[in-house]
Design a binder for this molecule. Sequence first.
Ligand code: IPD
Ligand code: CA
Ligand code: CA
Length: 256
Amino acid sequence: MLKATLIKAATEAGKLMKSRMNTGFSIENKEGINNLVTEVDVACEKLIMDIIQTEFPDHFILSEETGEVKTDSEFKWIIDPIDGTVNFAHGIPICCVSIGLEKNGKVLMGAVYNPFLDEFFFAEKGKGATLNGTPISVTQKNDVYASCLVTGFPYSYLDSENGPLEVFGRLIRKGVPVRRLGSAAIDLCWVAAGRFDGFYEHKLNAWDSAAGFLMVEEAGGKVTDFEGNPYSLYQPHIVATNGKIHDPLLDIINNR
Ligand code: IPD
Ligand code: CA
Ligand code: CA
């Protein structure tokens, strides 16, 4: 029932998102500039929460636009109704619904649906990751300088040592292709599917990565913070790779 509800919520919200693309919806700014929320984010979030709460009224919910609906449940749904909102607002079809389900603080399942490519990624702890039902796995590339990477940049620039532009500069000076798709959940799924060898980002929230990080792990990859510690959704840094380029990429990020 948990899995069926997860799949239903991601599928229905994806369909709604697709039907509303380029339809003149209202757009507002959150804190910072260009940190957008559209009325479609809110509508998709409501749809997802209604589906989950109909089945599991006592479950904890953490969702980007609503925040926390706290309960004592061991289950926590972590929702990004549209990951890639800036893309969505500009009619760029690289955006998705991302939903992760935690049990006792560990992500148990995740679903990421990009309705524009009709790509549904699903992972379950210990049971692998799939794209439209077919198992996926990370690449075998072991040379970080021969890799194809993806990253994202925060809405407000982090002017810190080893910040986003410094790391990006180090990589592109070496000629490493580093893409910027605009959806962390899709970035992670595309690492899981072997389209990218690795992904890193300096400032993510739990809802950006809850489903995608499990996707990478279940596809055979590795996910950590910038120190190489096991990944936690509740801190900002993420490095997610095929495993083989992980330590060299950490060295580049930390300028070692
Ligand atoms: C954003 C996207 C983007 C990442 C930002 C996120 P949103 O999420 O995942 O790729 O670089 O850090 O905030 O705002 O589109 O849900
Ligand atoms: Ca997001
Ligand atoms: Ca979002």
